[in-house]
Design a protein around this ligand. Structure first.
Ligand SMILES: O=C(O)CCC(=O)C(=O)O
Length: 280
């Protein structure tokens, strides 16, 4: 952490909504997590989603809250240098873990991740919210590097969530929110400044909950794209009981304990544990 230019990282994060830190994760974590991810892919969780239709090549796999059933995911999220980084960037004394989301695109996967920003999906409010996207393979545009619209977290917009795949049963709940629909970004790409990076294992991307992002498929015939998004929350974050958030999805609910949080209440307890500075 001492070698980081935190001032520049924070400035880029606040101005652009996204930035990168090279060589941040020690390679022992990468090796442990590659094995753990492959285990999850062989034994999919109850809330996992296969976004690639059966008739297509490749595999786009999504899964949530994996730390609750896999020790390596838990250790990585809680004991790596990520919680401290979240505390430093957010200027938040305490950090709780919100959840982890696995996003794997195997070779020859055509499915893209639609343009979206994260906060409308989530039952939370506040400023102390941050995501880290960690890749466990070399990632390039050809294998589905995530692209971000520079500065879009400052548009003052709260767009309706987009479903990542067809038939995921998320669409109906998202409609309940009645939010403005995301503009057609793909037809007007020249109007936006995109930021995207090729990554080596160990590099991480840091993104704001309102920055708009998406990714193309993995068009390589042999290189995998195993990505994990880790979401951390800080001092000012509270529960927002809006209808339709992802946590109300039947499958996601089935892997969680009963959720009794009230509007405006802080998120703590076993599900969203305090992990910095205190140990859980
Ligand atoms: O990995 C992807 O394609 C999308 C990532 C994403 O949506 C996120 O990190 O919030």
């Amino acid at each position: 952490m001492e070698n980081l230019n935190l001032k520049k990282i924070k400035k880029d994060y606040l101005n652009d909504g996204v930035t990168i830190i090279r060589n941040f994760i020690d390679l022992h974590w990468i090796k442990e997590m590659q094995i753990a991810i492959d285990h999850i892919l062989s034994f999919p969780g109850k809330a996992s989603i296969e976004y690639t239709p059966q008739e297509n090549t490749g595999r786009y796999y999504g899964d949530f809250f994996i730390w609750r059933r896999n020790k390596s995911f838990k250790k990585f999220a809680f004991d790596s240098n990520l919680p401290e980084l979240a505390s430093k960037i957010l200027d938040s004394k305490n950090i709780n873990f919100f959840y982890d989301q696995l996003l794997v695109k195997e070779p020859k996967t055509k499915e893209s991740t639609p343009w979206h920003h994260d906060l409308p999906y989530w039952p939370i409010k506040g400023n102390h919210i941050i995501s880290f996207w960690v890749g466990f393979d070399r990632v390039s545009k050809n294998t589905g590097a995530v692209e971000y619209i520079k500065g879009s977290h400052k548009w003052n917009k709260f767009f309706a969530p987009a479903s990542f795949g067809k038939d995921t049963r998320f669409e109906n709940s998202y409609k309940k929110m009645g939010l403005e629909v995301m503009p057609d970004i793909n037809s007007n790409l020249g109007d936006y400044e995109l930021l995207s990076w090729d990554l080596n294992p160990g590099d991480i991307i840091i993104h704001h909950p309102l920055v708009i992002h998406g990714s193309l498929g993995n068009f390589s015939s042999k290189t995998r794209r195993r990505g994990l998004a880790l979401r951390y929350i800080g001092d000012d974050v509270t529960w927002d009981d809006r209808p339709g958030t992802f946590i109300k999805n039947k499958n996601v609910k089935s892997i969680l304990p009963p959720l009794n949080y009230k509007n405006g209440e802080a998120l703590t307890g076993d599900l969203f544990p305090l992990i910095w500075p205190n140990k859980y």
